[in-house]
Write a protein that binds this ligand. Structure first.
Ligand code: NAP
Length: 258
């Protein structure tokens, strides 16, 4: 059967690249994003590659909008095989220069509640069908508190934990939960940063290939590029706090390239 895939945040970066690669595989694609012009452009590009596309313009942080989008997916595709929950935003800045609760609300609204809204929408049908995959895009930045990224880093830590809880809860149901932790990828999200501040920077094409391969293999945790992500996951994450504080503050206290 032709695979039916939802990609949230398909209007740029990783989501756009995932859409193009899965279109080449002949998938049926439900694509979301707020920018209607960008959504129309990627929908057309995916259609030209042979995919059936359902473009769904709207905000992942709005539960009513997500419910409407899933109703459209049910009507058009009669459900989903994969839900790739990728939409995300980042706000950076040192707490020394201003700590704003609103930044956290904004980032959590998309990165955490945007994902949670979609899980609520897709899960009952996947459980009924006894199959499906929910792939959530977290980040290597969720493995430890990253300086100048309190809102983003903590939102991704929340995503890693919520997906792990979900995976354990759904064990044996036929619904797979895949956590994806990319390192640095060249997209709009990272465009404010200097390349020299992003070790092992990847292109979105290679990152999307790695994500798709990980979902097909039903990997619990997909992290890349391997040397960078494994160093953070196995070495930095296990570093004693006193050492991490020194290394992290000394190594990364730089202003973003505004
Ligand atoms: N790039 C990296 O280095 C990197 C590393 C680790 C993890 N990630 C994660 O990868 C995911 C994709 O990011 P990216 O790097 O591809 O960035 P990007 O190019 O900025 O893409 C972000 C996507 O999310 C969508 N989005 C943002 N807010 C939304 C909202 N409220 N409702 C619906 N869609 C929304 C954007 O579409 P609209 O603006 O049209 O709504 C866009 O399509 C994010 O979760 C990010 O945290 C990225």
């Amino acid at each position: 059967m032709t695979r039916r895939v939802l990609i949230t945040g398909a209007t740029s970066g990783l989501g756009r690249e995932l859409a193009l690669q899965l279109a080449r595989e002949g998938c049926r694609l439900a694509l979301t994003g707020r920018r209607k012009d960008r959504l129309a452009e990627i929908a057309q590009a995916a259609q030209e590659l042979g995919a059936e596309v359902l473009p769904l313009a709207g905000d992942v942080g709005d539960p009513a909008c997500v419910r409407d989008h899933y109703a459209a997916i049910r009507a058009g595709f009669a459900g989903l095989d994969w839900a790739i929950l990728n939409a995300g935003i980042s706000k950076s800045g040192s707490a020394r220069e201003g700590f704003r609760a609103q930044d956290f609300r904004d980032v959590y609204e998309v990165n955490v509640f945007g994902m949670v809204n979609w899980i609520e929408a897709v899960l009952p049908d996947m459980l009924k069908a006894g199959r499906g995959a929910i792939a959530g895009v977290a980040s290597v930045a969720g493995f430890r508190g990253v300086p100048r990224s309190g809102a983003y880093s903590s939102s991704k830590a929340a995503v890693i934990a919520l997906l792990e809880s979900l995976r354990v809860d759904l064990r044996g149901t036929g619904v797979d939960v895949i956590t994806i932790c990319p390192g640095f990828v060249r997209t709009e999200l990272t465009s404010r940063w200097k390349p020299q501040d992003m070790p092992f920077l990847m292109e979105p094409e290679a990152a999307a290939r790695r994500m798709i391969a990980g979902i097909k293999r039903k990997q619990r945790l997909v992290h890349f590029p391997w040397i960078f992500s494994a160093t953070v996951k196995y070495v930095v994450r296990n570093m004693p706090g006193f050492l991490y504080d020194r290394v992290a503050s000394g190594a990364t206290y730089r202003r973003p390239n505004k």
